[in-house]
Every structure is written in C-alpha cells, then in structure tokens.
Design a protein around this ligand. Structure first.
Ligand SMILES: [Zn+2]
Length: 185
C-alpha cells in the first residue's frame, strides 16, 4: 500500500476567523484507490489539482473513507461521484468498514471515539518502509494534543478521547493528524 498526502490539515486563524480543513490522503492498493477525508468545501480546487498531479481524476477513486462526518472532513466528498462513501447510518457505516478491512490489503480502520461517537482512524502499512502510518482525523487533530496529552478541544467524552490518542500513539510510527502536519512518534 502506498499513500500520498494531497492536502495537509490546517486550522487557519486570520482576522478573528478560523478556517478548518482536514488532511486528505490518497491510498493505492493494487486496483483500488481510496481517499481518506476530503477537506473542506473551499478546498475543492486544490484537491482536484493535487489528484491530477498523481494522474487521477475524481472518478478514479473507488472508496471515500471519512474519519467522521464533520463538514471540514467531508467537504469535497461530492466530487467523487463513482466512489462508495462513508454514510451517516451506523449500520451501513460499520458494514462499509468491515468490507474495506476485508478487501484492502495493509489497511485497517480502527475505532477512535471521543471527538465524535463513531470516529475512526485508518492504519496503513507502508509497503516501502514497513512502517505504521495512522491517518488520525480529529482523534488527534494537532501534534500538541500528543505532546501535551490533551484531548481535542471539541469532544463528546474526554476519557475516550485520551484512550483513542493512546491507542494511536501505541501503533503509529507516523501520525497524519486531522489539522496539522505529519509527525513521527
Ligand atoms: Zn471534527
């Protein structure tokens, strides 16, 4: 499995406004191409351009996996018309995750609740380095959550949030956070 970060997550603070955009990561596994999180609606142009640099068009994407369904993580889901996507129905969602876990090599969707109830992160085995990469989403939005051991500012359960951070740190060699640059553990 190989991965490309087509957008780094951001929290941009300017003129008293905050603009959130998630990381967006493309995974290639033999014939299947996945994208994990699709950033915010204002990132559409950038997402399309960066896909093009990889020689992909949006219709080449087979699966859109969202860590959760906040607007700044699913903002460009609509451009992937041919892809199967995360739904907001818990039953369908868990079926979808099971299928992905079964069909795609070296990729595992793991439950990381706390920021939201059904939040997931994605563990990837990088084929070249044999390292564990975790696309964390907002289970670990910024590096500072790891360094200062603090839960995401927005959370429904502080204790579960901290458990999810620990879980990610334990397995990851590299973390791709929801709203920050990748960092090594
Ligand atoms: Zn969120």
């Amino acid at each position: 499995m190989s991965y490309e970060i087509i957008k780094e997550g951001q929290i941009e603070r300017k003129n008293g406004n905050i603009q959130y955009a998630s990381s967006s990561v493309v995974l290639t596994d033999y014939d299947s191409i996945c994208i994990i999180d699709t950033a915010a609606p204002q990132n559409e142009k950038e997402i399309k351009q960066n896909l093009k640099k990889l020689d992909y068009s949006p219709n080449d994407i087979d699966f859109v996996i969202n860590t959760h369904l906040h607007f700044d993580h699913k903002g460009c889901n609509h451009i992937f018309k041919e892809a199967e996507k995360t739904t907001d129905q818990p039953k369908d969602r868990s079926k979808f995750h099971k299928r992905i876990n079964k069909d795609l090599n070296q990729l595992k969707i793991i439950n990381t609740p706390g920021h939201t109830k059904n939040h997931v992160s994605v563990l990837i085995k990088d084929k070249e380095t044999n390292k564990n990469i975790v696309v964390a989403g907002d289970a670990l939005p910024e590096k500072t959550n790891y360094l200062k051991e603090k839960p995401p500012g927005i959370n429904i359960d502080k204790e579960k949030s901290m458990e999810s951070i620990q879980k990610i740190i334990k397995i990851a060699d590299l973390v791709i956070p929801g709203h920050d640059s990748p960092f090594k553990v």
